[in-house]
Unconditional design. Structure first.
Length: 563
């Protein structure tokens, strides 16, 4: 799939096809029918499905316990309660997505959601109950209570435990922990596996008939994020180097309420806290969301995040507060045991104290462009979960739709890749492939300093509010850093992660520059307030072709626009 080219640029990240040198004659090999990269909800669900068709190898850069999924608190949005319907869930998702959702993708999510939840229950997941019924919570943008949760506020942990248990007991499925995928391997424009680095065995080539990318998002590109240290955008950057089409990289969702205590990790304070009735107040106790939107604290996330930012500026404060002091006695602790414990570890008692919060980077809405089978534009490569851009979330993701996305589109990717692996013969088996990179004479680099500088730059210039001149400046600074960071060939994960982060930071700044008007989570302070968005919704798109970055636009269904 091509794009109509609107602009073409090049720097070091465009000329580098692989981040490492390798020679298949001197490297260990693994052969598999389907390779799954990543072990969050989407990767695990894809691997379980694909194993019905053939041998599956799942890689994860650390352990099965470490992913954005395992930190998810709120829950899984699915049509479950009396009075709800797939049409209602469809409409809520579309409305929140600010007109950019791909309706077929949304339809698939809402229709298949309940069956995917049933399956989790059959695999032993225990959702919280009220009496005989599963308890449902409301979150921003949902017109009815629809969010299922487990362990109060540890839905992600319960989900990963359930899927890991299922995966570990599945025949045909091999799990490789501490295995960092450096790059997708392509031969004649087809993905044939990946070049990996294992903590114990070093470089290996995993040859696969079909490959599924499910390596999650890139919150770690920002100084302030809810994401774990693993979220460095590796899947997106390696897909770019391999020539796959990516879209909407400017669409980063900022979660409105992350704990703000100096020195503490920016841990999520779930939207479900507002769903259960907590207020957002400023330092004077004023409930500012009532003025900002008719749904007050339960307005869509982009609106709440921007209103908080505005209030912080107006009151010259570093944060606002969640107020749950009016909850009936014992209710907060019972419903949110993890958040209660977290707050108490900083001497904050949510039943008596205000909880200081502010927005931080949370979820990458854009990603690798996929069709309804989760196939990318690169032959042999599928993508699902946060790394993918299926068009499901449009310009703003509906709360708690992401775990369901991982289940529904993970199962789709696993099924389609599994089927194709049995139908299509691998066009390339283990064969001689090698890649050399000219050696560098430059000095040692302080990788942590580069990563921290990038995070500050992205937070300042590609955060909640953006301006064209700052986005240009961001790209120029990153390109300057790229001159010497991409001159190096690293042999450790930290180095490859920083190279991935720089690759993606530049693409995100370029995409945010390209979309010169505000839409959903993408807020351009330099766009005139009364500017109308284009009459037809369009996605920004980017790919790497012939050693340059090519930018363009796709239509609402993620198909190339015609001039
Ligand atoms: C939350 O619990 O607020 C996060 C859930 C989500 O990102 O959808």
């Amino acid at each position: 799939m091509g794009i109509v080219e609107r602009s073409v640029m090049a720097d070091q990240t465009d000329t580098r096809r692989y981040l490492t040198e390798f020679d298949s004659a001197r490297t260990g090999h693994i052969l598999t029918d389907v390779l799954v990269i990543g072990s969050g909800v989407a990767g695990l669900r894809a691997a379980i499905e694909a194993s019905r068709f053939g041998r599956v190898t799942l890689t994860t850069k650390r352990t099965l316990d470490e992913s954005s999924t395992s930190l998810a608190q709120g829950g899984i949005a699915a049509v479950w309660g009396v009075g709800d319907s797939p049409d209602r869930h469809f409409q809520d998702t579309l409305r929140t997505g600010a007109g950019l959702c791909k309706p077929e993708a949304v339809r698939k999510l809402v229709d298949q959601g309940p069956a995917r939840v049933d399956e989790l229950i059959a695999w032993g997941m225990e959702f919280d109950h009220q009496g005989e019924s599963i308890q449902l919570t409301t979150e921003g943008g949902h017109s009815v209570p629809r969010v299922l949760h487990a362990g109060g506020d540890s839905t992600g942990r319960a989900l990963i435990n359930t899927l890991s248990r299922k995966a570990r007991s599945t025949a045909n499925l091999r799990i490789l922990e501490s295995c960092f995928v450096i790059d997708l391997l392509t031969v004649e424009d087809r993905c044939v596996g990946a070049v990996t680095h294992h903590a114990n065995y070093g470089h290996q080539i995993i040859w696969s008939n079909q490959t599924i990318l499910a390596g999650g998002g890139c919150g770690r590109l920002f100084r302030e994020t809810t994401n774990p240290p693993t979220a460095t955008g590796d899947s997106l950057a390696m897909a770019y180097r391999a020539g796959a089409l990516l879209a909407d990289l400017e669409m980063v969702q900022f979660h409105p309420t992350t704990l703000y205590v100096a020195g503490a990790a920016r841990t999520l304070i779930s939207e479900a806290v507002r769903g259960e009735g907590a207020y957002l107040v400023d330092g004077d106790g004023f409930r500012f969301m009532q003025e900002a939107h008719p749904d007050a604290e339960l307005a869509p996330r982009d609106i709440v995040s921007r209103a908080i930012r505005r209030r912080m500026t107006e009151t010259k404060s570093n944060c606002v507060y969640l107020d749950a002091r009016h909850f009936p006695s014992g209710q907060f602790e019972a419903r949110f045991p993890g958040i209660t414990e977290l707050c108490r570890s900083f001497q904050i008692d949510p039943t008596r104290d205000l909880i200081p919060v502010r927005p931080t980077a949370h979820y990458m809405i854009g990603g690798v462009v996929t069709d309804s089978d989760a196939a990318t534009t690169l032959k042999g490569l599928f993508c699902c979960g946060e790394a993918a851009c299926s068009g499901l979330h449009g310009a703003n993701r509906l709360a708690s739709n992401s775990l369901l996305e991982g289940l529904v589109f993970g199962a789709t990717a696993g099924e389609t890749a599994g089927q194709r692996a049995t139908q299509e013969d691998a066009t390339v088996g283990p064969t001689r492939v090698r890649h050399e990179i000219p050696s560098s004479t430059r000095t040692e680099l302080d990788l942590l300093d580069i990563a921290n500088s990038l995070r500050s730059l992205m937070w300042r210039n590609v955060g909640i509010a953006r301006r064209g001149d700052r986005l240009d400046e961001t790209r120029e600074i990153i390109e300057f850093w790229n001159h010497y960071v991409f001159d190096k060939v690293f042999s450790e994960v930290d180095g490859w992660e920083v190279q991935n982060m720089l690759t993606l930071g530049r693409l995100m700044a370029a995409a945010a520059r390209e979309r010169s008007f505000s839409l959903g989570v993408h807020y351009r302070v330099d766009a005139p307030e009364d500017q109308d968005p284009p009459p037809t919704p369009e996605h920004t798109a980017v790919r790497r072709a012939d050693g340059v970055m090519v930018q363009g636009w796709l239509d609402q269904s993620l198909a190339p626009l015609r001039d």
